[in-house]
Design a protein around this ligand. Structure first.
Ligand code: NAD
Ligand code: MLT
Length: 309
């Protein structure tokens, strides 16, 4: 029976697709010393974002035929190394886009209206109405960096708040953006005119560190920044410094350079809202991701055509 190694939590619906015809084993993929030996005789491995399938992991898996990523970003999988070894890489690009978009908006609103800080104060018996005065979204300029699937969902939803939308994405046609009521601009202009900036880029050599100290210095004073895409797209230390100086008014951050993140320059700062990589953590997204990758693994190991998930 082909062996499928599940290296992170997979939805029950996904597991049921595999039951019967495959031996399903489990390992904590974030624990390297457990992962590498567990890969020795498996035909497929299913991961989320905490498991690194790099050249070393691939070399430890001589029978491997499929790496399945139960989500979108493939930055934790060395796709060229897998391809060189003849290992297929599949993901679930549509599974969690709505959840990720909604989470970015949740962070934006939480920062704009200071919800977590006001909640913590009141739970502590402090009724401080003027301390937690916020800002409206209506009529603000919102800059979307990366107008792909998630960026478009965010733009569409934010349009209902009456914001002015601009986006930076050199790979999107201006006409397509215009159809969505979004004006494409270059990064400089986006930084200069946006009251709020939300980032929806993949992590690539080009995008890593795209928003650093220089870029933050060119933003509108008091800008709110949301990063629910990948750690490192916005430099964490530079963002913390810019918040301390008042250049940036607040930030919502779901993703960190090093995860799990147990410390960060952003922790403990006034008007920073952080979540532990929860963008895709909804029942709906996890069910869709689990089902999509389990079906792809099943088809691939049975030698059948694997359509886009
Ligand atoms: P997508 O591929 O549909 O969109 C990405 C967009 O970024 C594309 O339109 C592309 O043209 C643009 N882009 C690429 N390089 C760029 C650059 N250098 N400058 C400007 N734009 C650039 O992907 P998506 O589905 O929208 O997802 C985006 C990312 O969000 C994923 O790669 C993943 O890392 C992250 N994500 C995070 C969570 C979470 O849990 N926080 C959940 C889902 C996805
Ligand atoms: C993704 O890229 O899909 C996200 O990081 C979601 C996740 O794996 O939790």
């Amino acid at each position: 029976m082909p062996v499928v190694l599940v290296a992170e939590e997979l939805s029950p619906a996904g597991l049921s697709v595999l039951s019967g015809d495959f031996e399903v084993r489990h390992v904590d993929g974030a624990d390297r010393s457990a992962l590498l030996p567990a890969l020795a005789d498996v035909d497929a491995v299913i991961v989320r974002s905490a498991t690194k399938i790099d050249a070393e992991a691939l070399a430890a898996a001589p029978r491997l035929k499929v790496v399945a990523r139960a989500g979108i970003g493939l930055d934790n999988v060395d796709v060229p190394a897998a391809t060189t070894r003849g290992v297929m890489v599949v993901n679930a690009p549509l599974s969690n886009i709505v959840s990720a978009a909604e989470h970015a908006i949740a962070l934006l609103l939480a920062v704009a209206r200071r919800v977590p800080a006001a909640d913590a104060a009141l739970q502590n018996g402090e009724w401080k109405r003027s301390k937690y005065t916020g800002v409206e979204l209506t009529e603000k300029v919102v800059g979307v960096v990366g107008l792909g699937r998630i960026g478009q969902l965010v733009a569409h939803r934010l349009a209902a708040f009456g914001v002015q939308l601009v986006a930076y994405d050199p790979y999107i046609a201006p006409a397509r953006a215009a159809q969505m009521g979004v004006r494409l601009v270059d990064l400089d202009e986006l930084l200069r005119i946006s009251d709020m900036i939300t980032i929806h880029l993949p992590k690539t050599p080009e995008t890593l560190g795209l928003i650093g100290a220089d870029e933050l210095a060119r933003t509108k004073k008091g800008v709110i920044i949301v990063n629910a895409a990948r750690g490192g797209l916005v430099d964490e230390q530079a963002l913390a410094d810019a918040i301390r100086s008042g250049q940036v008014g607040g930030a919502g951050v779901d993703v960190f350079v090093k995860e799990p993140a147990t410390s960060s320059p952003l922790f403990g700062l006034e008007n920073v809202v952080v979540t532990p990589h929860l963008g895709a953590s909804t029942n709906e997204a996890q069910e869709k991701a689990g089902l999509a990758v389990a079906r792809s693994v099943r088809l691939a190991l049975q030698g059948e055509f694997v359509p886009d998930a």
